[in-house]
Design a protein around this ligand. Structure first.
Ligand SMILES: *[C@@H]1O[C@H](CO)[C@@H](O)[C@H](O)[C@H]1NC(C)=O
Ligand SMILES: *[C@@H]1O[C@H](CO)[C@@H](O)[C@H](O)[C@H]1NC(C)=O
Ligand SMILES: *[C@@H]1O[C@H](CO)[C@@H](O)[C@H](O)[C@H]1NC(C)=O
Length: 474
């Protein structure tokens, strides 16, 4: 070898090593960061003596939150004002956003049909026990269904944490809760669960913080503290939307507490996963399971859809309070803003239907139960702040999408959902991705839309976790 060649080889080797080092810096695995498990989010000053604070506030209160007739009457009046809406363009359904002709109809339904039956809706919403307890200065709200001994006979018995997202609420899970908790209705079913369904911090009846910095990672800490307070040291997690991200963070930060993580929106937005997503587009058949390529490809179509449908995201990630003001003080706008998502995220083709296909997969009562939760708790602004907190420098520096977790993971994909990730993209983060499924029917709000399918998928996942990881019944 001539000196020149040797020099070239040497340079090439050094170059290669540098590129590798750079890439690794950009997308290598990172260690689990440590978060403050007592970080204070309350309105008052943080307590000087946290142990006494804990001892004084760890009470769990059975809380039936009822609203006075004046609150409902006031809403009825607001919905009875002359609507100053702009008619939709000719031939336009939901392509420009919520169709204002249909919105008029919905407002009439809300005012004249739903609200007069509010006490009946209340009975429905409060069919499960609602509780509150204070965690890190915040009043946290949750549903909690315990399995009692007489139900337990002959059943496997685990706790499960169900996590909703935006613009959803605990209401999404009502059918699923019945399936998980009352599986004693079916003698052949060997599973029964202790079910915990919190309102995320700042959502529904869970208090929003008055301090900046409560992002998805910090919310995961709060949710774990809640489970520990209820006596659950090991539990399953199921979630979509933010519930998926918070569940993933919980499994990443506290793998010892999580028996299995199941999501209907498994995602990972690490740089490596994104590069993989683009690369896979070159030869889809190599990366997507046969017959399901259309869940992921063509990438150009996915990208176009994402740009069309993610305006709300950018808005909420940057100016949550401005849009929050517009919506807090305006129930009609609030309903349009929330329900548009239940149309498009269930099935993108519903954008061409004059009524957004809203009643194809849901009842109007279920949809308005969810809108009422945002309205009555005035939580739209605090719920939207989660987007902003997810994109602060502090949050991004945690780099949780690059911290792998060994917690057994299950991913159920529904065709109508807003984005899809390949196993190949997910495996760097979820080292034990043991369950991966595809459903042609169903979208983003799977728990509300196809509860039985989601239930069965979750049970299949639990069975796999039991088989492969030898977990013990509690
Ligand atoms: C805890 O409760 C005790 C007794 O009720 C009270 O004296 C004390 O001030 C409380 N401490 C805190 C930190 O709230
Ligand atoms: C709405 O307003 C009209 C006229 O102002 C009134 O007659 C009607 O009772 C109101 N309806 C409700 C539900 O408040
Ligand atoms: C969406 O709606 C179209 C038209 O009704 C239907 O063909 C398709 O199967 C639906 N997709 C999902 C995921 O339900």
């Amino acid at each position: 070898m001539s000196t020149i060649t040797r020099l070239l080889v040497l340079l090439l080797a050094i170059g290669g090593a540098l590129v590798y080092k750079q890439l690794n810096q950009l997308w290598g695995d990172l260690p689990v960061p440590t978060l403050d498990e007592q970080q204070w989010w309350g309105d008052e000053a943080s307590p000087s003596d946290y142990a006494t604070y804990l001892a004084n506030t760890s009470e769990v209160i059975n809380n039936r939150i009822l609203y006075p007739e004046t609150t409902i009457e006031d809403l009825r009046k607001q919905l009875n004002r002359t609507l100053r809406l702009t008619p939709p363009l000719e031939g336009v359904a939901f392509e420009y956003g919520f169709n204002s002709d249909y919105l008029k109809e919905l407002v009439a339904y809300w005012r004249d049909d739903y609200l007069p039956r509010w006490r009946e809706r209340e009975v429905f919403l409060w069919q499960f026990n609602h509780f509150t307890t204070e965690i890190q200065g915040l009043r946290m709200h949750f549903l909690h269904l315990k399995v009692y001994d007489e139900n337990k006979v002959g059943k496997q018995h685990y706790p499960v944490l169900l996590l909703h997202g935006w613009p959803g609420s605990v209401r999404e899970f009502y059918d699923l809760i019945h399936l998980l908790h009352q599986s004693n209705l079916d003698p052949s079913n060997k599973y029964i669960f202790n079910v915990v369904v919190p309102s995320l911090p700042g959502y529904g009846w869970s208090q929003g913080t008055s301090r900046p910095g409560l992002g998805p990672a910090q919310a995961a800490v709060i949710l774990r503290n809640l489970m520990l307070r209820l006596g659950y040291k090991k539990f399953f997690i199921q979630g979509g939307d933010w519930g998926s991200i918070l569940g993933s963070h919980l499994a990443t930060l506290y793998p010892d507490n999580v028996l299995g993580y199941h999501s209907n929106l498994c995602n990972n937005l690490s740089p490596k996963s994104q590069v993989k997503g683009l690369l896979a587009g070159i030869l889809p058949s190599l990366f997507a399971p046969s017959g399901f390529e259309d869940f992921f490809f063509p990438r150009s179509k996915e990208l176009k859809y994402l740009i069309e449908e993610s305006g709300y995201f950018h808005l909420q990630a940057t100016k949550p309070d401005t849009i929050g003001s517009a919506l807090s003080d305006n129930p009609v706008g609030l309903a349009a803003y929330i329900l548009e998502k239940f149309s498009t995220w269930t099935n993108a083709t519903y954008r061409s239907l004059p009524d957004g296909g809203l009643t194809k997969r849901y009842t109007l009562d279920a949809l308005f139960d969810n809108v009422m939760i945002y309205y009555l708790t005035n939580s739209i602004t605090t719920s939207q702040r989660l987007y902003a907190e997810a994109y602060t420098n502090d949050q991004r520096e945690l780099n949780l999408e690059r911290v792998p977790t060994s917690v057994p993971t299950g991913c159920a994909r529904f065709k109508g959902d807003i984005m899809q990730f390949l196993d190949w993209q997910l495996q760097d983060k979820f080292k034990n991705l043991i369950h991966s499924t595809y459903y042609r029917r169903g979208g983003h709000f799977a728990a509300l839309e196809v509860p039985k399918v989601l239930y069965k998928d979750f049970i299949d996942f639990v069975k796999k976790v039991e088989r492969k990881f030898n977990i013990k019944t509690l």
